[in-house]
Each structure stands twice: as structure tokens, then as C-alpha cells.
Design a protein around this ligand. Sequence first.
Ligand code: HMG
Ligand code: MG
Length: 284
Amino acid sequence: MTEYVEIFEVGPRDGLQNEKAQIPTAAKVALVDCLSGGGFRRIEVASFVSPKWVPQMADSAEVLAGITRASGVSYAALTPNMMGLERALAAKADEVAIFGSASEGFSKANINATIAESLERFRPVAEAARAAGVKVRGYVSCVTDCPYDGAVRPEAVARVAAELAAMGCYEISLGDTIGQGTPESIGAMLDAVLQVVPAGKLAGHYHDTAGRALANIEVSLDKGLRVFDAAVGGLGGCPYAPGAAGNVATEAVHAKLIELGYATGLKPEILETAGAMARAMRGM
Ligand code: HMG
Ligand code: MG
């Protein structure tokens, strides 16, 4: 039987969060509703961060209230702290994500905390989410390169990934936040992380800034990873990672996986439509 590889769609969150002009809530809802028919199991649609830090995500509760939820799809939200979790639970996010960094510079710039402080902040969030019956995903950013600190050591990634797994994160997404990873640096990073977290609990989250995301996915497949984050239309970036261009496009990851002989369960015509919708939101 053809082996399944999951694409975790992060476009409505990671793809749109960096857009400067405020996108109408109705347009975000329409994008999510389109994606809901695309065959995804998980779609990240919201981010309960400070609206002063990321104004584009300020309407996350309205987005979750406005979408038509498809059965079998988990609608995910970022939650950096207890206030974020409370807002996500009130908005009935199906799962939440805590997001840390393997580099101190990005941790400070993105969530105003050292790595150690962030892990202490995440612990009660993970506990409270699990107590509420909501699954928690973990992100580690800057897994090979940091826009502030330069090259990141694989052991630093492994340490944060292990901490997040110990907090009960069901999956750890490894973010090449500024898209500077190479098959060599991604491979070395995975070798370190796989010492402490099994491949079945890892996802690759690669930005395509340097055009290497698909090559990085291939090396990750070789190491046993079977989940990859991607954004329709290849939109995105992080407001606190200067120079980070788009996420790898869902359409491109899908095409590559099919070429390699994997099944994704996704509908290419829906991906094309959603990709066009996402691109049209740029500068709305
Ligand atoms: P802070 O300023 O240190 O927080 O920010 P604070 O606790 O001192 O609070 C300051 C103000 O924010 C207060 O309001 C709080 O109420 C409010 P004020 O009294 O000034 O009016 N506040 C909140 N409001 C709404 N929801 C909340 C919340 N928390 C505090 N949850 C904080 C710390 C973490 C909040 C801030 O730094 C933040 O929101 N950062 C998020 C930045 C972000 O969203 N970055 C993009 C996502 S990460 C990413 O894209 C990478 C990823 O894709 C993987 C990869 O590619 O590597 C995941
Ligand atoms: Mg990202």
C-alpha cells in the first residue's frame, strides 16, 4: 500500500500573520472553509498572541467562530502563554501549540523570553490544555540558523525538543524559520533530535527562502519523518524573523510527495483554488 505522508496546513496562520495590511476576517474564513474540503486532517487557523505584537492575528476568535468546521479536521491555534490558552479554549480551538526557539536571539525577539523562561511559561499552558482535553503541539524555531545568533547547534534543538516532548506535546514541529537550512544541516539537526524524540513525533516546518525546502523535506523523509507543515500559495514568514520569505507551498510539497510515490489524501484542485485565494489576500 502507498505510504501516507501528512501535510499540516499552516497557511491561514503562518502564511497570513506577516501581512501588513489587515485582511478582512471574512476572507480568512473563506480560505479556511476552502481548505476544509481539501483533505487535510489539521489546519492551523488562529494565533492567540498579543495583538500588539501581531495585529494580523487579532481576529483569531472571530475566524474560529466564523468557519464551518468539517468533521475529521482539527483546527489549531498558537498559544504563547496562559492568556493565549484561555482565549483559544474560549474560541474552541481543537488543538493548541506552544512555540519555542533553539536560539536565544530569536526567543527574545519573538516571545520576549529566554529559552529557559519560555519553557517555564509553556509548562502550565501544556498542563492546562491537557486537563481541558485539548492536544498540544510544540514548535522549535531556528533549528539550523537564527537571524540574530547565526548557526544553531543541533544539540540546542534536541534539548528544546526533548523538553517540549516531556511536557506532553504530541508532536514537535522543527522550524527552519528563515529558510537557510541545507540538506546537510537539516540532516545533522535531525540526527541529534532523533536521539531524544522518535521520528513519529516529529514534523518538518521548512521555509523556502533559499529554495531548499523540498530538498530538506526529502532528507527528512529519509530520516523517517512523515509530517510536514506547509502553507497554500507559499505565503508567509515571521514578523520577528527579518528576511524570512514564504513557507514552502502546500502545492509544491504535495506534488513532490506524489512524485516520490507517497499518498497525501489531498485534492490538487482545492489546493490550487486555496493557493490563488491566499495569494490574492496579499496587500488586501
Ligand atoms: P510581553 O510584552 O512580554 O507580554 O509579550 P506581557 O505578558 O508583558 O503582556 C504585555 C501585553 O500583552 C499586556 O497587555 C497583555 O495583556 C498582552 P497591556 O497590559 O499592555 O494592554 N498579552 C496578550 N494579549 C492577548 N493574547 C495574549 C497575550 N499575552 C499578553 N496571549 C508575548 C509576550 C508572548 C505575549 C508576545 O511576545 C507575543 O505575543 N509574541 C508572539 C509573536 C508571534 O506571534 N510570532 C509569530 C509566531 S511564531 C512563528 O511564526 C514561528 C513558527 O511558524 C515556526 C517557525 O517557522 O519556526 C511557529
Ligand atoms: Mg513558520
